[in-house]
Design a protein around this ligand. Structure first.
Ligand code: GUN
Length: 285
């Protein structure tokens, strides 16, 4: 039995679906503005991939490359200009920002209706009441994988390891919204193995290579790996030791699992933002 989740294929299917839908828009196409501050290499790679995905699905992308010594006020002025520009449907500020800029302040300034990252407190609040239209991309990508592989979530013990604002917290809320019994574990959690052994679904987002080991899990568990680490041998690896695939009923590989879904869900959010701003009905999924 093949128990490896194919994120690359699912991401491609969704992008093809979005491309078809965007082709049908006769008006101006959706537009995403991406702001990147400084020279962080990983951020530049992310942004290049985002632009490539935009080109593929037919979303216009404008990228603003800003010097690392730009002031917080100048950055806010650019965000406000983009908030007021009707041609721009989505705004994304690439993280991390240089240390002299307060990330929370910046994210608060983005118009929540253009917040395609789903990081604004308004959208986080909407998620907590199960009413969000713009939800953060990596957690949405994980949920989409579970859905497409027909994983039954209702009433299941779901364990999220990691409590970041970008992944751990929002995915905990998403699983709760789908009626899972959710536990969020983190670096101060006691007796983690008790939790991992009792979980039906485990999402790992801790940023530690091969953190979850086979002896920690039960047979048949569904494993979602959000990690992307460089192993000692130089290869990419996730937060889950891939030996766990011997016990899991389903597992995401790294690369080719959650990774390709993140940018795909960003594309979906751009189209959703466009629809919200143009009063077009959004099909609930
Ligand atoms: N940096 C790493 N991942 C992300 C992301 O999903 N969104 C933004 N804005 N910055 C990031």
């Amino acid at each position: 039995m093949n128990n490896i989740i194919n994120g690359t294929e699912i991401a491609k299917n969704i992008k093809d679906q979005l491309k078809l839908e965007i082709e049908k828009i006769n008006d101006k196409k959706p537009c995403l503005a991406v702001i990147i501050v400084g020279n962080d290499e990983a951020s530049h790679i992310y942004v290049k991939n985002k632009n490539k995905a935009c080109d593929y699905v037919g979303i216009k992308s404008d990228t603003y490359f800003l010097n690392s010594n730009i002031s917080e006020i100048e950055l806010i002025q650019l965000i406000e200009k983009l908030n007021n520009n009707e041609e721009v449907n989505g705004i994304l500020v690439q993280l991390p920002l240089p240390s002299h800029i307060n990330e929370k302040n910046i994210l608060l300034k983005i118009n929540p209706l253009k917040d395609v990252d789903g990081f604004h407190p308004y959208n986080i609040g909407m998620l907590s009441t199960n009413s969000a239209k713009l939800k953060s991309c990596t957690p949405s990508g994980c949920m989409e994988l579970l859905k497409r592989y027909n994983v039954d979530i209702k009433g299941k013990n779901a364990l999220v390891i990691g409590r970041s604002n970008i992944v751990g917290k929002p995915i905990s809320m998403m699983l709760l919204n789908e009626d899972a019994t959710v536990t969020t574990a983190h670096s101060k959690t006691k007796n983690l193995e008790y939790l991992t052994k009792n979980a039906d679904i485990i999402i790992v987002a801790v940023g530690i290579a091969n953190f979850l080991k086979p002896h920690m899990i039960k047979d048949g568990v569904v494993l979602i790996d959000v990690g992307m680490n460089r192993a000692k041998d130089g290869n990419l690896c996730g937060d889950i030791d891939f030996e766990c695939s011997q016990k899991a009923s389903l597992i995401t590989p790294v690369p080719g699992g959650v990774g390709p879904m993140t940018i795909t869900m960003l594309m979906k959010n751009c189209l959703t933002a466009y629809k919200i701003q143009n009063n077009i009905n959004i099909e609930e999924d």
